[in-house]
Design a protein around this ligand. Structure first.
Ligand SMILES: [Zn+2]
Ligand SMILES: [Zn+2]
Length: 361
């Protein structure tokens, strides 16, 4: 089975032949059709996030179920599916209280001595138990969501990470009010989805902040009412000036300490800053001790606080009604063997979201 293997941080991905196990209880073997190229993958390639190598990245993925292990009932062979990058257990405190994204008991049947994929005798880590930059994945079936035939698998892949994460940060985590003001720091794949969800939620002012001018132009197409080029202006001052003192909701969609702190500063008294980007675990986000006096909220958002089986079908309906643009997010399609070029383009800011065409239906 061909997969793009990351052997060490800061090295190119290598398409290599791996062995893949049959699905065991609770697992499914899925043939990968489409995989989004996400900044979260890039964090592992660049080594800003620690990983256990060799590993196969890819967590924004959709495909077709080929075979099931024993006991799987939520999908069946031949189903076209989103491969969710959290596979909730379904019965812990978090799952039971509407926060399956925070499920801590989610366990893969796979351990280092019992991997789903191997390079020779060596265990290979699957990012998020998926490892979607591969022709196939064996993964926990609780993360799979069947989609209607009318939805293409590249759209489905994007719903698996960037759309769910951005939409959910607005609708579930922050619960943006109609008529509110919003700043979005980082106008990439996640940021554009935050922007269009804020528009859908009825925000009256949506300020996109980025350092790349053409990303700001794309942001306007997705609903940004104002833009700030942070390479030319102090983004905090600019946002305060545009709003007369700060926004109701700030969203950080890059994953840096500095932009997280900037986003917090952009929020007005009583406002909220939501950290959506993957800030590395060794970083500290520092905010003013005056948080008590200003009644500001600093909040994290993981996977859009998703309730997968409720939110993803809703997102697909909103897409089919033309209220969420997912087709317009895909600015480039790549063949599987162009994967390293795809990451170079992501890094340089050339593309909003690009998709690897790994298989065909
Ligand atoms: Zn992602
Ligand atoms: Zn759980």
């Amino acid at each position: 089975m061909e997969a793009a293997v990351l052997n060490a941080a800061q090295t190119p991905l290598e398409i290599t032949d791996l062995t893949i196990d049959e699905p065991v209880a609770g697992e499914a073997l899925v043939r990968v059709i489409s995989a989004g190229v996400c900044h979260s993958d890039l964090h592992f390639i660049e080594g800003t996030y620690p990983g256990q190598y060799p590993m196969v990245l890819g967590h924004e993925v959709a495909g077709i179920v080929e075979r099931l292990g024993p006991g799987v009932t939520n999908v069946t062979e031949g189903d076209r599916v989103i491969m969710g990058f959290v596979q909730p257990c379904g019965h812990c405190e978090y799952c039971d209280s509407g926060h399956p994204n925070l499920c801590t008991t989610r366990t893969s049947a796979r351990k280092r001595d019992n991997p789903a994929i191997k390079l020779g005798d060596q265990s290979v880590t699957q990012m998020a138990n998926i490892g979607g930059f591969a022709k196939q994945s064996v993964m926990p079936a609780s993360g799979l969501l069947k989609i209607p035939d009318s939805i293409s698998l590249d759209v489905a892949a994007l719903v698996g990470c960037s759309v769910m994460t951005g939409y959910g940060a607005v609708v579930n985590t922050a619960k943006v009010d109609t008529g509110s003001t919003v700043a979005v720091v980082g106008a990439g794949g996640i940021g554009l989805n935050i922007i269009q969800a804020a528009r859908l939620a009825g925000a009256r002012q949506i300020i996109a902040v980025d350092m790349v001018e053409h990303k700001l132009n794309i942001a306007k197409e997705f609903g940004a009412t104002d833009t700030v080029n942070a390479s030319e202006n102090d983004p905090i001052e600019a946002v305060k000036e545009l709003t007369g003192g700060g926004v109701d909701y700030g969203f950080e969609a890059i994953g840096l300490k500095v932009t997280s702190e900037q986003t917090y500063e952009m929020a007005k008294n009583g406002g909220m800053a939501v950290i959506v980007g993957m800030v590395p675990p060794m970083e500290k986000i520092e905010v003013s001790g005056m948080i008590w006096r200003q009644e500001k909220t600093l909040k994290g958002s993981f996977y859009g606080s998703a309730r997968f089986h409720t939110d993803m079908p809703r997102i697909l309906e909103l897409y089919q009604q033309g209220k969420l643009d997912i087709d317009g997010l895909v600015t480039k399609r790549w063949a599987f063997d162009e994967i390293n070029e795809a990451f170079s383009a992501l890094k340089s800011g050339e593309v909003a979201r690009s998709v690897l065409e790994i298989g065909t239906e």
